[in-house]
Ligand binder design. Structure first.
Ligand code: ADP
Ligand code: MG
Length: 327
């Protein structure tokens, strides 16, 4: 690289630290030592557990190689934050491992600016990382968050009789894929909205925190509702019955009702939360989601019988999981 490795790190990644730093939040603590040493040091307040998750985005697989670097950076951080949200954890710090075909300064400047904007917005600091040269652009972000000991939401607690709920609306991100390569002037209003939802998913962090002690199980929807709810069911050793007519589907003029439903059930990348609660807690959930101004929809029920089924006016039938699978 023409630009030296350490110069590159110093110029673009040395001080991505939010002004609203959790270093001053004594209830959770933060980055005691950041970029520049062999390791970062994170300080955890007593009574807190560290929630850790990583996601890799490969150019040409997870996003078009020529995509806007600022959007690539922001999406990479947001999909990781979504995993913290699904656990009921709050952002503390993240690391960034970058493999770059070349040290393209214009690309790096835009990427770092996007990353800085969202790090500031979500109050999470860049604690360290690794920078290497390789044939393919690969971005790995690891997020670390805090959650009071024993209060993390997991996939394992759903019980028969629990209601299945989902936040927001489903299907936009999957519908965006068809518009990804289109030149700007050719985009319709609904294609713009879909692309916005694809590139800038909203990690449901406040909802995750509010669901601590309320939800029996939770997951974020990265691979499609059916596939991801399937993970809750497998880990909880239960099944579920969904009512497709209740799904918060986005139906535009350019697609059929069937297509919209298919995207809501099987399309990925929406990063909404799917969670389960006992029926007795539904009122509490509506109160807290109204307060957070996050729409939440009751879409079905957990059953003792394994597997995912759908209930329509014709009765109850099986639903084959069809989420995105890498292999
Ligand atoms: P080492 O050789 O000890 O692993 P490096 O030379 O890889 O350290 O990195 C030097 C410092 O820069 C470390 O503190 C590391 O965390 C940080 N760093 C390297 N790459 C990045 C990056 N892409 N983003 C943030 N910090 C980085
Ligand atoms: Mg290294």
């Amino acid at each position: 690289m023409a630009l030296g490795e350490f110069e590159l790190i110093g110029r673009y990644f040395a001080d991505i630290v939010p002004t609203r730093s959790v270093a001053h939040d004594t209830a959770r603590q933060g980055i005691a030592l950041g970029v520049g040493d062999d390791c970062a040091l994170l300080q955890l307040a007593s009574g807190q557990q560290l929630a850790v998750s990583a996601d890799t985005l490969v150019a040409g697989v997870h996003f078009p190689a020529e995509a806007d670097p600022a959007l690539v950076a922001r999406r990479a951080l947001r999909v990781n934050l979504s995993d913290l949200a699904a656990m009921g954890a709050e952002p503390l710090a993240f690391t960034l491992a970058l493999t770059l075909p070349a040290a393209d300064e214009a690309w790096l400047a835009a990427f770092a600016a996007g990353l800085r904007a969202d790090a500031e917005h979500f109050g999470i600091g860049l604690a360290g990382g690794d920078t290497t040269r390789g044939n393919q652009l690969v971005i790995t972000i690891q997020v670390m968050g805090t959650v009071p000991i024993g209060q993390a939401l997991t996939r394992a607690g759903a019980r028969p009789g629990d209601r299945v709920l989902v936040s927001g609306r489903l299907g936009d991100a999957a519908a965006a894929l068809a518009a990804l390569g289109k030149p700007g002037p050719d985009l319709s209003v609904c294609e713009r909205r879909r692309l916005h939802r694809y590139w800038l998913p909203e990690p449901r962090l406040s909802l995750g925190v509010a669901l601590r002690g309320v939800a029996s199980a939770a997951i974020d929807i990265s691979d499609g509702l059916a596939a991801d709810l399937g993970h809750i069911l497998a880990r909880s050793k239960v099944g579920a019955e969904l009512e497709p007519s209740r799904l918060p589907v986005i139906r535009d003029d350019d697609c059929s009702a069937g297509q919209a439903l298919d995207r809501a059930l099987h399309g990925g990348d929406d990063y909404e939360l799917c969670f389960t609660v006992t029926p007795g807690r539904l009122t509490a959930v509506s109160a807290l989601t109204r307060q957070l101004a996050i729409p939440v929809t009751d879409i079905g029920v957990v059953t003792a019988e394994a597997g995912l089924r759908v209930r329509t006016s014709d009765g109850v039938g099986p639903l084959a999981a069809r989420g995105f699978c890498h292999f």
